[in-house]
Design a protein around this ligand. Structure first.
Ligand code: ADP
Ligand code: MG
Length: 343
């Protein structure tokens, strides 16, 4: 038995559009952006995660940086596999020859059967022997400490990079859910467009991301407003580098449209919730997870729109991986996990 455990490994992965996290024995051991840099000529992996992100939008023709996931699903299989391998390679382990590798992987709830099979296939390619999938809202609910097996309805909204998942969970199942392809990446795009229009300046994705973090806002008036933020880009008229200063009000304005779409989806999800569960949600409120939950004023905006209490979990970026880690310890108990053989 001892020998067996020596060669056995188990971990849980949150394969997100923006970030990939791996948890092992309750500790987050990998937390990296979901990106890989590949040598265009040889096909070799040059870097994964943060190191690859540093190269993003700065590459020459021999190097390509790829974000293998799009809208929550694997869009580039080869790149995804290189990325997963690279991230597993970061684990602090002296033994790479696992006799038994057990994994739980988190997937968006809107995923198709074909896409599920693709996730299992990637796990096969890293030689995983026992693999389970878990739906993201379920993992998020577990991660924030909700008892998902109870006959009580809870609404979870996970705003990630590619997708926003809105789900009502009760009795170990997802009762109703909405998945929309408007989330952090869409906010970033809106920021790039707005800076282009109002300042005639072109900025890259990474700069837009920094703007979102420093002066991102869902409301035009905040109680604790952040200071203005200066960024450098390229002047569209003169072509030379230029600095512009951005206020949170400006960002609130350009994010209004995508946020409204998320709000509409939340209202629609509430409308389709069975009445007994609605009454639970009236009491328990809405739980926000995912990086998008960190956007200033978003909780207040959703609370104003729905008249419900909105809770932002302590570390929204890690809720899903923590829940996936809890699932890993309960694979024999949780009926909502999807084993390999069922696909
Ligand atoms: P995924 O699960 O899809 O990988 P995450 O839950 O990791 O996504 O969230 C990533 C998204 O959250 C990115 O679009 C990122 O820009 C956004 N994000 C991270 N921090 C903040 C912040 N402080 N304010 C607004 N958005 C943020
Ligand atoms: Mg996620």
């Amino acid at each position: 038995m001892k020998l067996f455990s020596l060669f056995s490994q188990e971990f849980a992965i949150d394969l997100g559009t923006a970030n990939t996290l791996i948890i092992q024995d309750g500790t987050v051991v990998v937390n990296e952006p979901s990106i890989v840099a590949i040598d265009w000529k040889t096909g070799e992996t040059i870097a994964v995660g943060t190191r690859a992100m540093l190269m993003h939008e700065k590459t020459h023709e021999n190097i390509r940086t790829i974000r293998p996931l799009k809208d929550g699903v694997i869009a580039d299989f080869q790149a995804a596999e290189s990325m997963i391998r690279g991230m597993i390679g970061m684990l602090d382990t002296k033994r790479r020859f696992f006799t038994h590798l057990k994994m739980v992987i988190c997937i968006p709830s809107g995923i198709t059967e074909v896409e599920k099979r693709a996730v299992f296939d990637s796990a096969d390619h890293v030689d995983a022997k026992e693999v389970y999938l878990i739906y993201e809202p379920m993992a998020a609910a577990l991660g924030i400490g909700l008892d998902v097996e109870e006959p009580v309805g809870n609404m979870i909204i996970d705003i990630g990079g590619g997708t926003t998942e809105i789900a009502v969970i009760a009795l170990s199942g997802i009762v109703c859910d909405q998945s929309l392809r408007i989330a952090g990446d869409e906010f970033t795009r809106a920021i790039i467009e707005s800076i282009k229009k109002t300042h005639n300046v072109l900025i890259g994705e990474r700069t837009a991301e920094q703007i979102k973090i420093h002066v991102g806002s869902a409301l035009p008036h905040l109680e604790n407003p952040p200071a203005d933020y200066s960024v450098n880009g390229r002047d569209m008229v003169s072509g030379i580098p230029k600095q512009v200063t951005i206020s949170y009000q400006e960002i609130a304005e350009c994010l209004n449209e995508p946020i409204s779409q998320i709000e509409e989806a939340i209202v629609k999800a509430l409308e389709t919730t069975p009445p007994e569960l609605s009454s639970d949600i009236f009491r328990t409120g809405i739980y926000l997870t995912g990086g998008g939950a960190l956007l200033r004023g978003l909780d207040k905006r959703i609370a104003d729109r729905t008249k419900l209490e909105v809770h932002v979990t302590e570390d929204p970026l890690q809720a899903v991986v923590k829940g996936t880690g809890i699932a890993l310890k309960n694979t024999d108990k949780f009926t909502f996990l999807i084993p390999r053989k069922s696909i």
